[in-house]
Design a protein around this ligand. Structure first.
Ligand code: PRX
Length: 656
């Protein structure tokens, strides 16, 4: 267990926030809760039948074959025999009710432009865009890459894919051309959907330009659909004839209605790339019925979402939180979703609170890094606005330190709103450990307990449960409907990463501890995955980019604890002898990483060193580098091949 990898959370906190003052609480019938305790598959069977609209209901709830010495791969099939369509569940079923003219999406662009789309608007636009995709030759099972800013077209494009059974792969708009190319080539998408650009902090994010650069080496792409977000004059956007077409033109040319594809429960819904422990991102594959069941149910339980709510999840659509809790979960519940395109400090640091006041947001779901940033900016920005509409606050993406939790609770929630800390992953598809809104007692900094239908444990190296208060590995001990089914194109890696470590259990890669009251405290990653401002990055990914630079012979990247972002990447680099270190080289390398991956991967520091500390078997001792970067006393160095290397590094670090 890598103790240093975890952030320093005080899990002995015994502050318990009781819930007597809240009159609203999630309603799950006691009888269902009892069923979840007794029989997890039967519980999910009830939930899936009750919460989803089926063309043909499922015949078999679960086929679960864990990985054993005899089997080659684990098999998890949920709701076999069932036929349904996700777009129908998220939109069509609502337009048959009074929700037809209810706002589905209230969108505000960074410059202040506003669009409101009702469920009926979505219904019409999704069908048209589904027809556009069909006209471009996209068929069930084909992949479509979406590289868009936070605009309603991103939601329309995702649901249009779902309508015709195409598999979407959304790539975060902050990723570089290079990162986009890698993801397109891995998924072999035939269509790319992008925009002229998006707004971020008053500047243009040049998505089409990045896309053009990426597409120089993406032979699978046959068509590019370009949304005119309006950041550029349309006549200035280079459109490659025969390949690029405007979204608005195509939408005019197609018929208005498109019948939904009948999808089997286990048909793929989307691929989403996430960082793992190697340089290559992993395409997590989520399927239709299980994913939708998981996100629909957890949106209801954790946020207690209701028709009168204005719900705002600040995540970008390019991350799993954007997929599950901006698009699929809330829309399946017929909710009103606020979407905002830009930065929280544009034009001023009160923009989020201005939005909460303007639209009367009732539920706010964001990341600890954002909360810590707002804390640093100070309360004056919050106090400019009336936030009384808020009734529930959520947190996701990284451990929330009790100080940030309490600040959120006091300053944003006015001590009225439960704070739900939600633990989950791209792989889990939906929230796994979190309080039930208004029901579960809260301890600041703890995600509390697994939700009904989930089974989690903290185990030691051998997979034996740890006693209360002892940290170990977080595992999930029963299959759940929205689990990632495989890694696109690399099933072996899926088995190795998640199922081989502890037989019969899913290894999350996180460290955790259960306290004496059974509360779960999440303590960060145990592997070489960084969590930078709630975004996952692998140290290997950064290292493999750095060594591609002509100056770099070898590189090691570690995560250093950061008060605002949780962690930031710090690079230790050895330079080729033929390459003199010049003063601008550190910045050049930082820019190089941004160019290859995106701004979120920018190293906070680059240190040059003659050698990297290695074990005798040649493994870089990242733990040691982490100690050095964080100024800690050095741990055991007896396994080092050349201990003087470290002494040198320590000295170097102190001198800088
Ligand atoms: O380390 C955990 C951390 O984020 C990882 C998952 O990252 P990603 O797949 O990008 O999904 C982020 C949004 C769900 C986890 O392995 N993490 C996520 N939520 C929490 C968390 N760590 C502590 N507390 C959380 N609430």
């Amino acid at each position: 267990m890598n103790h240093e990898a975890a952030s320093a959370l005080d899990f002995s906190s015994d502050v318990v926030i009781e819930l007597d003052q809240w009159h609203r609480r999630t309603t799950i019938p006691e009888e269902l809760l009892a069923l979840a305790e007794r029989d997890i598959p039967q519980f999910w069977d009830r939930i899936a039948r009750d919460m989803l609209e089926w063309i043909v209901p499922p015949q078999q709830t679960l086929r679960w074959e864990p990985l054993t010495a005899e089997s080659v791969a684990p098999v998890a099939r949920w709701f076999d025999g069932g036929i349904l369509n996700v777009a129908v569940n998220c939109v069509d079923r609502h337009i048959r009710t009074w929700r037809r003219n209810k706002a589905a999406i209230i969108w505000e662009g960074e410059p202040g432009d506003v669009r409101v789309l009702t469920y009926y608007d979505l219904y019409r636009q999704i069908q048209r865009f589904a027809n556009v995709l069909l006209s471009l030759g996209v068929r069930k099972g084909d992949r479509v890459t979406i590289y868009l800013p936070m605009i309603p077209e991103a939601v329309i494009a995702m649901l249009a894919c779902a309508r015709i059974g195409a598999i979407h792969s959304v790539v975060f708009g902050g990723f570089s051309a290079e990162a986009l190319r890698e993801r397109i080539n891995d998924s072999q998408s035939s269509v790319l959907i992008t925009a002229d650009g998006g707004w971020r902090r008053g500047s243009i994010v040049p998505l089409k330009r990045n896309a053009d650069q990426a597409l120089e080496q993406c032979p699978s792409i046959r068509h590019v659909v370009v949304v005119h977000r309006g950041v550029e004059d349309a006549t200035h956007v280079p459109m490659q004839s025969g390949r690029d077409q405007w979204w608005h033109r195509l939408m005019e040319e197609v018929p208005p209605s498109c019948p939904p594809e009948a999808m089997e429960s286990e048909d793929p819904l989307f691929i989403l790339y996430t960082s793992g422990t190697t340089g290559k991102p992993k395409g997590q594959l989520h399927t239709t019925a299980g994913y939708l069941t998981g996100v629909t149910a957890t949106t209801r339980w954790v946020f207690d979402i209701a028709d009168e709510d204005v719900y705002w999840c600040t995540a970008d659509i390019g991350w799993i939180t954007g997929h599950s809790y901006v698009v699929y979960g809330p829309l399946a519940n017929g909710a009103t979703v606020l979407m905002y395109e830009g930065a929280p400090d544009y034009p001023d640091r009160d923009r989020w609170w201005a939005l909460v006041e303007k639209y009367g947001v009732t539920i706010l779901y964001t990341a600890p890094t954002a909360i810590r940033t707002m804390m640093r900016w100070g309360e004056e920005y919050v106090q400019r606005h009336n936030l009384e509409s808020l009734r529930l606050l959520g947190s996701v993406g990284e451990p929330i330190n009790p100080e940030a939790w309490l600040w959120y609770w006091e300053n944003i929630g006015g001590k009225r709103c439960p704070v739900v800390d939600t633990w989950w992953q791209t792989e889990t598809g939906c929230i796994v450990i979190a309080p039930l809104a208004g029901r579960t007692p809260l301890k600041p900094g703890s995600a509390t307990f697994p939700l009904p239908g989930f089974a989690a444990a903290v185990v030691d190296e051998r997979g034996t449960p740890c006693p209360a208060g002892v940290r170990g590995y977080l595992v999930l001990t029963a299959p759940w409907p929205s689990m990632s089914r495989t890694i696109w194109g690399d099933p072996e890696r899926y088995i190795q990463t998640y199922w081989s470590r502890f037989p019969g259990m899913y290894a999350t890669g996180d460290a955790a501890v259960c306290d004496g009251d059974g509360f779960f405290w999440l303590l960060g990653r145990t592997d070489d995955v960084l969590n930078v401002a709630g975004h996952r990055l692998s140290t290997m990914e950064l290292e493999s980019v750095l060594v591609e630079h002509p100056a770099v012979a070898e590189a090691a990247v570690i995560g250093r604890t950061d008060a605002v972002k949780g962690q930031v990447p710090v690079a230790f680099v050895t330079v080729r002898e033929s390459f003199p270190i010049h003063t601008g080289l550190a910045d050049e390398l930082k820019d190089y990483v941004v160019e290859r991956i995106g701004a979120l991967a920018r190293p906070a520091e680059v240190h040059f060193t003659a050698e990297l500390p290695k074990t005798r078997s040649g493994k870089i001792m990242r733990r040691l580098l982490r100690d050095i970067a964080e100024g800690r006393v050095l741990g055991d160095t007896t396994t080092l091949a050349d201990p003087s290397v470290v002494q040198h590094l320590v000295q170097l670090y102190r001198e800088e």
